[in-house]
Design a protein around this ligand. Structure first.
Ligand code: FMN
Length: 377
């Protein structure tokens, strides 16, 4: 499985792990894979603290940072980030709707101190979901020499970010859900495409991984490496991705069920109970389609009479504040966290080491099964 991307980035196996949790990033990189920290919800100071911790624990291994640079976002929010409380830009109609849904479901308010902390963290973090916010995160990442890859999601990175990364020799990757996106990203200077199929957790398009990966490889004419993402949690799927021409795999959902994941026991239980068909695409979480667990809260926003979705980062601020209340109240019926279709195959807690080991063992089994099909002479 030693593909050329391993050599370029200095990892041993091309298993990339997207996670918001620094422990997952560290464990994957230490196990020979490549951990990538999802930074989009961090303020620059928080990101700095996370990256310092990773540097101290990653044993000199390489890792990456992922930022969200949306092409569609709220301009006013971008202009006001850091100057005013972005919560004040959310229309009253939207706040009142969310409040009514939670009140009618009997979800209590957060205690005052917690409400302030959650509010501050979410507003500062979600403020990063604009080009200017992402720029600050990239600058922070570049102060950490073990960061060998920066990935952008939801849009082509602006030229100054591309130049900044080039000057430091840090590889730039981008998530794409359509061949046309990959062509645009390549033209913008992206050096690694993550072809993410609709099965994936998080922001996702409509084309499945099996269709998308070869389409994207064709679209970039084999000139830059492509990773397969979406629906990959076991070794046979890794073998399938490599068979499609990908240089490796990029996984997100599978790490949520590990002991290293940031989710607490209540949240993991909700994931382990979920079936594949419970992972649906909805806009309630950020304003753009996100595959996430279906719940009474996600569905309330789909009802006739619900207000129209806001653009990033405002919908995300509103939704995440509500989500914090739902988690505190331990309300599984209202719990919606981003998760891909592989969630239906996750039934109990694992560890990063276990997942890494199983993926590689199953990969070898799959190759052996396939090579046994070759004529012997
Ligand atoms: C909880 C969660 C949050 C995610 N957030 C982001 C994000 O902030 N930025 C990003 O580029 N991708 C994000 N993704 C998508 C992942 O990077 C990855 O492409 C996807 O999880 C792969 O599909 P899988 O979930 O089937 O493994 C997220 C995925 C999950 C499960």
């Amino acid at each position: 499985m030693l593909t050329s991307i391993c050599e370029k980035l200095g990892c041993e196996v091309p298993i990339f792990a997207f996670s918001h949790c620094r422990d997952v990033v560290v464990e994957v990189s230490r196990a020979g894979g490549f951990g990538v920290l999802g930074a989009a919800t961090f303020a620059p100071e928080q990101l700095e603290a996370e990256l310092r911790w990773i540097d101290d624990h990653v044993d000199g291994r390489p890792y990456g940072v992922d930022v969200i640079i949306p092409t569609k976002y709220d301009n006013e929010a971008e202009a006001q980030t850091g100057k005013t409380d972005l919560h004040d830009l959310i229309p009253d109609e939207h706040k009142a709707f969310m409040e009514r849904v939670l009140r009618e479901a009997g979800v209590p308010e957060l205690p005052e101190v917690e409400r302030e902390r959650v509010h501050r963290e979410i507003v500062e973090g979600r403020g990063a979901m604009t080009p200017q916010g992402a720029r600050r995160l990239v600058e922070t990442a570049l102060d950490h020499p073990q960061v060998k890859l920066v990935v952008s999601a939801l849009g082509a990175p602006p030229a100054d970010i591309v130049d900044m990364l080039r000057a430091r020799g840090v590889m730039l990757g981008a998530l794409c859900g359509k061949p046309a996106h990959a062509v645009r990203q390549k033209a913008a200077g992206v050096e690694l495409i993550i072809a993410q199929g609709t099965e994936a957790g998080g922001h996702t398009g409509e084309i499945s991984t099996l269709i998308l990966v070869p389409q994207i490889i064709d679209a970039v004419e084999g000139t830059i490496p492509v990773l397969a993402a979406g629906g990959i949690s076991r070794g046979s799927q890794v073998a399938a991705a490599i068979a499609l021409g990908a240089e490796g795999v990029w996984c997100g959902t599978i790490w949520l069920g590990t002991q290293e994941s940031e989710l607490d026991a209540f949240e993991k239980e909700a994931l382990f109970k979920a079936k594949t068909e419970d992972a649906v695409r909805r806009r309630a979480r950020t304003g753009k389609p996100v595959r996430m667990l279906k719940s009474a809260l996600s569905e309330a926003w789909e009802e006739p009479g619900a207000p129209p979705y806001l653009l990033p980062p405002l919908q995300g601020i509103l939704y995440n504040e509500a989500h914090a209340r739902v988690v505190r109240a331990r309300r599984g019926d209202l719990y919606s966290f981003p998760a891909g279709q592989v969630v239906g195959t996750m039934t109990s807690e694992t560890s990063v080491k276990q997942v890494m080991y199983q993926m590689q063992a199953e990969y070898i089994e799959a190759l052996e099964r396939m090579s046994a099909l070759m004529p012997s002479d």
